[in-house]
Design a protein around this ligand. Structure first.
Ligand code: CA
Length: 261
């Protein structure tokens, strides 16, 4: 567990990861910025990764993904836009996981989700692969920004399953796109215009696979004044619903000006 706040106080963040109640190891990883003064020239980066595969593969895949994401993001050419930077960073992370999987037998077949966001002034820019999620909360409204790359989410979008059927479907854990399975990858991007008080919530499916959006929203609204408690209560909600998976939450609060102010 770790939490921090940057020096200019326009972005604060809180995070927590938990092994859950049934798993033997935690294969989730996350990234939050180091001390703000180390990267003052770049928008701050946040990410959640949920690894899968093999004895040690899942943990390695998600760790490699967040490490490579961060180093690529921080060292990309300075003329790159924030979106180009995050897309390249996710692609580099994919290649790193893929190459490691292909060359080290112990890690064969590993993969990971990777959902990342940078807060660039009053705009959040998202780079995403897999079924981890980014939510945006503003004034009582919780919106899922990312689309799940999963079999059941696709079936919901096509009207074959309801959201409720998807939540309990035996194939709910099958993802249709992950980092590490091939050398190139298409990265979903999204842009969110931010207003003061907005929250960005990154989560692994150990949270949103167990806790419905209405309950997530209720937990958020109950703890708006205490974001540290908020992430604790989100993780606790997943545990209260059985804690069948690793659960990871990164919460980013934006308190800068709205665009144009
Ligand atoms: Ca998971």
């Amino acid at each position: 567990m770790h939490d921090s706040m940057d020096v200019n106080r326009t972005v604060s963040y809180f995070c927590r990861t938990d092994i859950g109640l049934l798993r033997k190891q935690n294969e989730d990883n996350y990234y939050v910025p180091p001390a703000a003064e180390e990267t003052p020239h770049l928008p701050q980066l946040f990410a959640v990764a949920d690894g899968m595969g093999g004895h040690r593969g899942g943990k390695m895949a998600s760790q490699l993904a967040v490490d490579t994401l961060a180093s690529s993001y921080l060292t990309a050419p300075s003329d790159f836009s924030a979106e180009a930077r995050i897309v390249k960073a996710v692609q580099d992370a994919n290649l790193k996981v893929f190459e490691t999987s292909a060359t080290i037998p112990e890690y064969f077949g590993m993969g990971t989700t990777l959902t990342s966001v940078v807060v660039n002034g009053s705009e959040a820019i998202v780079g995403h692969v897999g079924d981890s999620r980014l939510y945006h909360f503003r004034k009582g409204r919780l919106t899922q920004v990312t689309l799940d790359h999963s079999l059941v989410a696709q079936a919901v979008r096509e009207g074959i399953l309801t959201a409720e059927q998807a939540r309990i479907h035996p194939q709910r854990n099958i993802i249709t796109k992950a980092l590490g399975t091939r050398s190139d990858i298409e990265v979903d991007t999204a842009h969110v215009a931010l207003e003061p008080g907005d929250l960005l919530l990154l989560s692994s499916d150990g949270l949103h696979g167990l806790v419905e959006d209405d309950e997530l929203k209720a937990v958020i609204e109950t703890n708006l004044e205490d974001p540290d408690r908020l992430v604790q209560d989100l993780v606790q909600a997943a545990l209260d619903h059985g804690g069948s998976d690793n659960v990871t939450v990164v919460l980013v609060r934006y308190d800068g000006p709205a665009r144009g102010e």
